[in-house]
Design a protein around this ligand. Sequence first.
Ligand code: 5AD
Ligand code: SF4
Length: 450
Amino acid sequence: MNTDNKKKGYLTITFGCQMNEHDSEVIAAMLEKMGYSAVEDRQSADIIVVNTCCIRETAENKVFGLLGRLRKIKESNPNLIIAMGGCMSQQEGMGKRIKERFRYVDIVFGTHNVNKLPEFIAQASEKRRQVIEVWSSAPEEMEDIPERKVSGPRAWVCIMYGCNNFCTYCIVPYVRGRERSRNQHDIVNEIKNMVGQGVKEVTLLGQNVNSYGKDLDSDIDFSDLLVMLENIEGLERIRFMTSHPRDFSDKLISTLSESKKVCEHIHLPVQSGSSTILKHMNRGYDREDYLRLVNKIKGSIPGVSLTTDIIIGFPGENEKDFLDTMDLVRQVKFDGGFVFVYNKRSGTPAAKMSQQVPDEIKSKRIQDLIAMQNEFTLESNEKEVGKVLEVLVEGKSKTRDDRLSGRTRNNKLVMFDSDEDLTGKLVSVKITDFGLTHLGGELVFLSKDH
Ligand code: 5AD
Ligand code: SF4
């Protein structure tokens, strides 16, 4: 708890994807502008902002658990403001549920009115009443993202909001709204500003970055945007996520193969290896389309690493469908994969589909798939041993502070010993060992900017 003559403290707690991480950075910037400063622990915060996720039920349960625990902190510090934002807030009826079950939550805001948080804080602290304000869609005139202070050599940059795809299992289009691309000049200016603050690598974010620009008046597309960003002096690396296989054009593949700055890693969620299931998921491609795309990408971008998301146990998934998924994974040999058990999200078409797969079958299938993917991840990591790779140093390793950690261009985490703090530098590391989650190596020499 802070006294009046001290700066007030804020804490953001983030669940879910990189888009939420990004939004929390924007929220942090707004709070700093209001005079708050970051604190590490809940007890010393004057405001706690919980940025929520609802992609699966487990994410929601974590948020409810956290809100329950925050009650104690509110009891010992009645002036604490608790705000809840993000995708969960945006779900129908959530405001009412929070009002009834968590009366001590002061503010509930949605994904379309993050910029209004300072006003809501003022209302909540002056009037001491619950402020519940969630907009059902984005305003016509979008305000651009407020300027952020960045720390470290990497930053998230949101290039578009929302999703038009309506995959039948997914709640995102309902809570994030339709696709809205940011103006290309705003994106360029934001990145230039970040580079001025020491950023070397940006990750462009959107639910489907490949459809960037389709809603803009100009005829710019995602490839054109990448070419514009390539020209920013001082920017060393560009990453992007997430790509939708249906919209991954030949033009984009050739842009990637020619680019010096765009890193050789593509996150390309396949979701299933069965054409029948893909159709029921409304993904807009079949298994052959996906395999063809992978072959084109691998043939054009040497050293590219591919990662994916897969859902197991989508309604109607039978043994043959599952074996098709196993077979696709075997053919592609992904460098890494995230496998999820299908989770019913109310309001989505798949939630009403018959033939929901029993839990025991889902859990057996996910175990088999994860075991196989782990083999391929290990195989892919083993191939790096002996190579000298460029690593952008992010800081001290979380597990041992005499080690530094950073990522290769193909997005592998590398740990290595160093007496000197090389955070923010691009260095060359000889890979000496490997595991499932990271590579180990030795510093060879300091490259480029040292
Ligand atoms: N159940 C399980 N996984 C899901 N995903 C999205 N919706 C669901 C759901 N209802 C997964 C997809 C997506 C990733 C971010 O989350 O694989 O790519
Ligand atoms: Fe969800 Fe599909 Fe949109 Fe991805 S592309 S956010 S899975 S609806």
